[in-house]
Write a protein that binds this ligand. Structure first.
Ligand SMILES: C[S@@+](CC[C@H](N)C(=O)[O-])C[C@H]1O[C@@H](n2cnc3c(N)ncnc32)[C@H](O)[C@@H]1O
Length: 226
């Protein structure tokens, strides 16, 4: 186990809540609409969820009616909370950058997890995910902290009233932001993910988050055979 994995395993080991911005039904209903927009119907196929947590979105994203569903997480206590809420669901303790399986998946999905992966762990995640993705499958890594918005977010400028202009960070500042992990974890740019995933034949598409202006969503599919 490397330092990063150990740090986040310690952080999550006694948690049984995903620590989202809010935990109301209204919040989950609203955010589910945004997440479903990313999944493009793949939620009804063979689903692998990385960092599934306590299963807050399991029903809301339709995973309970998927052809098959496997949830994995680093934290045994989060998996116990999931199992208590949805008995009999297939769950496995595993880190997102180490899980691999002989099965093929139509959707490999995570939400709020990539921020706990270092650059090396991200690379390993994409290598393994590319190997498990069905030919028409989709990888969705949702809600990644967006490095260009780190300082405006910390300064409280990404919610109304918008009193300050938000300027893109200079490239040297961006590098410093990405290297320094904070309490949210790692902040990345779409290019960081694209560079890492393209090495394994994955083509990326990126969307800003509607619910969290300081986060983006990353989607990948296999490059067509040339
Ligand atoms: C913010 S919670 C999100 C949970 C769930 N995805 C959701 O949307 O409700 C992050 C989850 O990722 C898990 N996690 C963190 N690092 C991980 C890793 N390297 N591999 C697998 N799971 C990880 C944590 O244990 C926690 O359950």
């Amino acid at each position: 186990m490397n330092d990063q994995e150990e740090y986040w395993e310690n952080f999550w080991e006694d948690q049984n809540e995903p620590l989202h911005a809010r935990s109301t039904d209204e919040y989950y209903a609203e955010f589910s609409v945004e997440l479903l927009w990313l999944l493009q119907g793949r939620e009804s196929g063979r689903v692998l969820e990385l960092g599934c947590g306590s299963g807050e979105f399991y029903d809301r994203l339709g995973f309970s009616s998927a052809k098959s569903y496997l949830g994995t997480d680093l934290s045994a206590s989060m998996l116990e909370a999931f199992e208590a809420r949805h008995p009999g669901v297939q769950l496995q303790k595993a880190s997102a950058h180490q899980f691999s399986d002989d099965q093929q998946f139509d959707l490999i999905y995570s939400n709020g997890v990539m921020q706990n992966l270092s650059v090396d762990m991200l690379r390993s995640h994409f290598e393994l995910a590319a190997g498990m993705l069905s030919p028409d499958g989709l990888i969705v890594d949702a809600s990644i902290p967006w490095a260009v918005h780190k300082y405006p977010y910390r300064a409280g400028n990404l919610k109304p009233p918008y009193r300050f202009s938000i300027r893109p960070a200079a490239s040297w500042a961006l590098t410093a932001m990405k290297l320094r992990r904070d309490q949210l974890g790692y902040w990345y740019t779409p290019k960081d993910l694209d560079d890492s995933a393209s090495e394994f034949g994955l083509v990326g598409e990126f969307r800003g988050s509607i619910s969290y202006p300081y986060r983006f969503h990353a989607l990948f599919h296999k490059a067509p055979a040339s």
